[in-house]
Ligand binder design. Structure first.
Ligand code: NAP
Length: 263
């Protein structure tokens, strides 16, 4: 039906855009993904844990682009919080077409024989269990078995999964290797249900994660030794993630894409 030229334009776009949830969307690779996806037409729910003000500021930026945006704070390591986050997503958007399992942590560089149990548990709970909880909830919304219409999941792994991170964080590397295996398995499990699952393996990317691992200067220190003589930018990883989410990647599933500048 043609629009009535006498009616004022509505402030909100019609709620027909695909909906994306990005965990850890407040900064770094997650925030770059949120920005790019919004520019390409996704409405976005951004999860974060602590930096709620930064997530809210980003949501305002997206709304200024005419996109719908929702901030959903939750610790992805806590199953109850993940369930509450997805319930809030259902209430706010009523659909889910894409999930980026991006929230992740490192810890101080150490050998395994120096790591305590609390650190090891936390690493597995955030990086692995958090992604499993969120992917499960996404499949419960995307799969036709549950009334869904398909979708795409991108898990953010790391080159540490194949390099091992000896002497710094073998625990982190092990969780990311598990993410790779999980991505292949889930992709095969839900391929016939219209859900694609892929992983992106970033190399060394210039974000704040290195400071949280006690190495704020890591990027500057290692840049010259990297194959491209520089670290990557969050935006360069976001390009791969958003491509994997979209229709241009319609026959790509179960893939693990290195975005590591040949590292
Ligand atoms: P970052 O700058 O440290 O940002 C981490 C994001 O994850 C933040 O939004 C943070 O939220 C969120 N987060 C952390 N723990 C969380 C939790 N328990 N629940 C919910 N959100 C949580 O990290 P990044 O460098 O962008 O890394 C993003 C992903 O890429 C991670 O999975 C990381 O392992 C992976 N990666 C990064 C690199 C790299 O060199 N940067 C390389 C390979 C892989 P708050 O802002 O609220 O704290």
């Amino acid at each position: 039906m043609p629009l009535d030229p006498m009616l004022p334009p509505t402030a909100e776009p019609p709620p027909t855009a695909p909906v994306l949830l990005v965990t850890g969307g407040s900064r770094g690779i997650g925030a770059a993904t949120v920005r790019l996806a919004a520019r390409q037409g996704w409405d976005v729910a951004l999860n974060c844990r602590h930096r709620i003000d930064e997530a809210e500021a980003l949501a305002l930026e997206l709304r200024a682009l005419g996109r719908r945006a929702l901030v959903l704070p939750a610790d992805v390591a806590d199953e109850a919080q993940v369930l509450a986050m997805f319930a809030a997503l259902d209430a706010g958007f009523g659909r889910l077409d894409g999930l980026v399992n991006n929230a992740g942590v490192v810890d101080m560089g150490a050998r395994l024989d120096e790591m305590d149990g609390a650190r090891l548990r936390r690493m597995v709970e955030v990086n692995l269990l958090g992604s499993l909880y969120c992917a499960r909830e996404a499949v419960r919304r995307m799969s036709p078995r549950h009334g869904g219409a398909g979708g795409a999941i991108v898990n953010v792994s790391s080159t540490a999964a194949r390099l091992g991170a000896a002497g710094t964080y073998v625990d982190y590397a092990a969780t990311k290797a598990a993410i790779d295996t999980f991505s292949i398995g889930l992709a095969r499990e839900v391929a016939a249900e219209g859900i694609r699952v892929n992983a992106v393996r970033p190399g060394i990317i210039d974000t704040e994660i290195h400071a949280s691992g006690g190495q704020p200067d890591r990027v500057a220190q290692v840049a010259a030794s990297l194959p491209m003589r520089r670290a990557g930018r969050a935006e360069e990883v976001a390009e791969a993630i958003v491509w994997l989410l979209g229709p241009a990647a319609s026959y790509t599933s179960g893939a693990i894409l290195d975005v590591s500048g040949a590292r």
